[in-house]
Ligand binder design. Sequence first.
Ligand code: AMP
Length: 601
Amino acid sequence: MSKVIGIDLGTTNCCVSVMEGGAVQIIPNKEGGRTMPSVVGFTEKGERLVGQIAKRQAVTNSSNTLYAVKRLIGRKFDSPEVEKMREVVPFEIVEAPNGDAHIRAVNEVHSPPEISAIVLQRLKQSAEEFLGDIVTEAIITVPAYFDDMQRQATRDAGKIAGLTVERIINEPTAAALAYGFDNNKSEKIVVYDLGGGTFDITILEINDGVFEVLSTSGNTFLGGEDFDQRIIDWLVDGFKEENGIDLRQDRLALQRLKEGAERAKCELSSVSETTINLPFVAADASGPKHVNAVLTREKFEELVSDLVESTVEPCQKALWDAKLQPEDIDKIILVGGQTRSPIVAKTVEEVFGKPPSSEINPDEVVAMGAAIQGGVLAGDIKDIVLLDVLPLSLGLETRGGLFVKLIERNSTIPLRNTMTFTTVVDNQQTVEIHILQGEREIASGNRSLGKFELVGIPPADRGIPQIDVTFEVDASGIVSVSAKDKMTGLEQAMQVTPSSGLAPDEIESLILEAKKSAEVDRQARDAIMTRNTVSTLIENTRKSLIEFGKDLPKEDQVEIKTVLAEAEKDIAEGDPEKMREAQARVEEVAGKLSDALMSLA
Ligand code: AMP
């Protein structure tokens, strides 16, 4: 097998790495940088610019310079995240016929995987020049909270770039791999990853070369870009107050403000005060206007404090899910450029009660981990096992609209689980397999991932056919489901390709919503279970009555029929209390029926 490269396809910057002679090497790009801006520019002449050179022309060609495209990958145009992005970027985001968010540049529409593919292609080229060999295989990292749709879109981007994506791995898991590669210790580590556009928190246990993810949480719509925006807003408001001009309407000015804001933010990681100086930003009748603002670290921290604070809850949730206390954590690794702001490290220390480790370069660690996984797949590295997790439970809709979980969230992947189901009506020849993802007990409260039918089940009484439903989640977190009728061996399968992906924030709110709705769901579930029990009871009693009832006295037959009819009415009305009473009455007459039959026998 040829070399498998490891790619960190970041929102803001990307990095490529490879295993060479048992060590991880970061591959430098043409400009000599070890990371490259994830920026693609299109010029009027039809040229494509990638990386640093594209970023440089952003000021003069802002509507054709595309950045933060990772925020759009696998997303629908009308999702709140895309709406938010449309407000701040100078390029045009448009709706594709299938509802996805696409981008227009120099009068041409591109999908996000296409743009990401341009970046990936450049990284592939750098790797080929570095290795002096063709590269066709890659490991690409994604935020742990990327759903099936976003993972598949990332894989598509690789395909477009001419790469076979051997595995998609989670960024924090990759970081832990890089950290623990030469480290034989047994420990529990937290990876706190705040990059340009996403936030992930992952807790792992490393034990004898086994990397096991215990829990993961995050928000894929929080990152350095939001920090920049806070500074931009502050500058725009100050400028308006001073000069009465609203720079929000001026794309070119906004682009310059963005650059100035990001530069100031990065400087404030090492100095306590900086100046943002942007001459000739605007002009009015009185002449040209300039931005000249002093930003202190204290003011910056005030502007972004709620953003940093919003990372605390996911940290606590991840600890809770891993059943750990802050003091159980041995090490905290910071990943992503935005963790260089001191307020981030301070907040992390407050949550976990110890300072984060600073031994690994946060910009390179993810790509290094991806390269190590590449080395494992190529067979160059032995003794490392990576056990990742699924971010949200998977299951099926069953009778009455209940959700049956087949795989719990935070389960280790790859995995496979089979459960046996049956039919609910006599002679049922088709079963619909409706696959859902979420935490609610009621199917309609979860996200539908897809449906398929198993047809041709031989006629039989309900409850007799046995249908094995198997869920499989591969090591990249991609789901497939199959259903098999045990008697005939008939089988149907599908790979889940959700029609619209689960946004990570949606995952969070689904979990939250599920918690809030637990009581409502429990009552609804009880009602459905009672209805199911009573209708089975009615059905069976009626069958026995038809078969053996003719030997009973006429009045008993009438009584049983009446009780059954009334119980059916109660079921139709759906009041849980009445259904339980109906259950008791049906049980009573069913008992009478069997006593009478026994005495006749
Ligand atoms: P990543 O996605 O990991 O490349 O992170 C990029 C984000 O980190 C961008 O928002 C950068 O502005 C931010 N960043 C990079 N260097 C620094 C720094 N020294 N201080 C604060 N933020 C930084």
